[in-house]
Write a protein that binds this ligand. Sequence first.
Ligand SMILES: [Mg+2]
Length: 279
Amino acid sequence: MQGQNEVAIRRLPTMFDLMTDLQAKPAAPATPASAAEAYELPVSVEGRSVFLDVDGTLLDIAPRPQDVRVPEELPDDLARLSIHLDGALALVSGRSVALLKTLFPSLRGSLIGLHGAEIARPDGTLAEAPRSPELQRAVEAMRRAAAEWPGVEIEDKGAAFAAHYRLAPGFAEAVEAEMEKLASGLGDGVIIQRGKCVIEIRPTGHDKGSALLALMSRPPFAGRLPIAIGDDLTDEAMFRVVNDLGGLSVRVGTSGGSAASAHVASPDDVRSWIRSLVR
Ligand SMILES: [Mg+2]
């Protein structure tokens, strides 16, 4: 609670600053399609903290989660952005912290993994959700079930696991039913998280919003106005928290049904925005 108060008291930039930034946006970029979209993002991140979802926000979604590609220039741009923000940059993902570190080995910032159940700070401290024997058995049961469904991929994340059916949409119902059955067998400690062509069993008690708040309570985030960008259902929790803090929430892709206050079309828009801030 003290942390939240600190955020409220020390927050210097206001929505007025944000609007000023938006109005100060210079002439439209080359492509007409991205001109309107880029307009939704501020031209300066002075006094801000930045929270970025990974898949579908920073990176284009791949057919299988393990096939995702990090554009060559992105790690350097993120490193520069982190310096620019005095370290107040976090990746906020459904992937595990361990996997985020392999995707972005050079990033000096904070990492929120498993939709908020893991938090890694730049000083090396890691808050990690434990994996239970029951969860282990559930993952194995799901692997056996998925062996009958070609194209369905099980992603083991440690304290959580996901079933992806992007390559096998015909099995969506069967996958959902099996995951729901396993989740109910695991009891109150887990919840079902749905996303784009994915259904996941993850620990309860955390979401991307609560993890964002945990980071905002301490330096280098405290006192900065947050910007959060995401593309999927799990990002809505951080959008609501960011809205409550007076920050800017940005949805990538379709804007309908989202708590986000702004919208851009694609991960490419997000990467272009980052590039425009640091180059
Ligand atoms: Mg995403």
